[in-house]
Design a protein around this ligand. Structure first.
Ligand SMILES: [Ca+2]
Ligand SMILES: [Ca+2]
Ligand SMILES: [Ca+2]
Ligand SMILES: [Ca+2]
Length: 323
């Protein structure tokens, strides 16, 4: 039925009037639905591969494993080192020293002591019976057993003989210097260096005997006293003095017997040094540089006539004849 209005029945079915020749809307593209692959029942579906992962090659795995091992060993090493050093620190606490740094540096070459057997307060590196702290207090040399070169060890002078470890003649009299009656000779001959010119009393001898038992004697005391006492036992030996005065030996010539001792005493303000150079038959002798009032003694054991001189002033000459 043309030109007739659409019946109600028709309107029910027509939502949008169709436009002739209008472009048909493209069917909306739908995302393709993933269709799960058909999996046989009872089998787990394979996992989705996900984002691509970095894979180590076997060589790289080895390298990484080796590096890890090295780092682990290093860490272990550090841990062990730390534990061990900490344990040591706990075992050996740093000892406090009463010795001044300057003194330590002067005698041991360092302001702090690293070798406890040498430079601690209590050690006695020169074995003279005097610990370092007492060497410091007495002003003696911690590396020299007989600081004043009188034949007695520093510790024995302090603890046993009560003489001065820094003074060769505790007696202090000029006659003692001239005759070279140093502390060891006094002791060997039972004269008391602390009571000049007087023999040891019984009380003093007992004190020395008791202190010797307590502290013991040290070198060079033992050797010195033995040699001096042996000489004392032979009354024929004598001591001859030669002065060095006004740049001359006085007397210029001395004659002694074997076993006698010659003592040179420098009375000049300038230094002198007595020297007889060694030759084939005789070992020679040489004093240290003698300052004013210093002595040098020499015991003649070989007979002969020896022309000696002053090393510092070779024109000063003397003769020693030993019969
Ligand atoms: Ca000492
Ligand atoms: Ca000493
Ligand atoms: Ca001494
Ligand atoms: Ca002394």
């Amino acid at each position: 039925m043309p030109n007739q209005p659409p019946s109600n029945q028709d309107i029910d079915f027509t939502v949008m009037p169709s436009i002739p020749n209008a472009p048909r809307p493209e069917p909306r593209a739908e995302a393709p639905k993933s269709i799960p692959p058909s999996v046989p029942p009872g089998v787990m579906p394979p996992k989705s591969p996900g984002p691509k992962k970095f894979k180590f090659s076997p060589e790289m795995r080895k390298w990484v494993a080796a590096s890890g091992a090295v780092v682990l060993i290093l860490l272990l090493g550090i841990l062990i080192y730390y534990l061990v050093t900490n344990a040591r620190k706990n075992e050996e606490p740093v000892k406090q020293t009463k010795l001044p740094r300057v003194w330590l540096n002067q005698h041991f070459g360092s302001e702090s002591c690293t070798d406890e057997s040498r430079c601690s307060d209590e050690s006695d590196p020169d074995s003279d019976g005097l610990i370092n702290y007492n060497e410091f207090k007495e002003g003696t040399n911690p590396n020299k057993a007989d600081s004043d070169e009188d034949g007695l060890a520093d510790g024995d002078e302090i603890n046993i003989y009560k003489t001065e470890p820094g003074l060769k003649y505790t007696d202090r009299r000029e006659i003692a210097v001239i005759k070279d009656y140093n502390d060891a000779r006094d002791v060997a001959e039972n004269y008391d260096p602390i009571t000049p010119g007087v023999k040891m009393t019984d009380v003093r001898l007992r004190q020395i005997e008791n202190d010797t038992k307590t502290f013991g004697l040290h070198e060079p005391t033992i050797t010195t006293l033995a040699a001096l006492r042996e000489k004392t036992a032979n009354p024929n030996v004598k001591t001859v003095s030669v002065f060095i005065e006004n740049d001359k030996f006085s007397p210029e010539s001395v004659v002694v017997s074997k076993g006698d001792t010659v003592v040179w005493l420098n009375k000049d303000a300038v230094n002198h040094q007595v020297v007889y150079e060694a030759n084939s038959s005789f070992g020679g002798f040489q004093s240290p540089k003698l300052e004013q009032n210093q002595t040098f003694s020499f015991t003649a054991e070989v007979s002969g006539k020896f022309e000696y001189k002053d090393q510092l002033n070779p024109q000063i000459k003397g003769t020693l004849e030993v019969k």
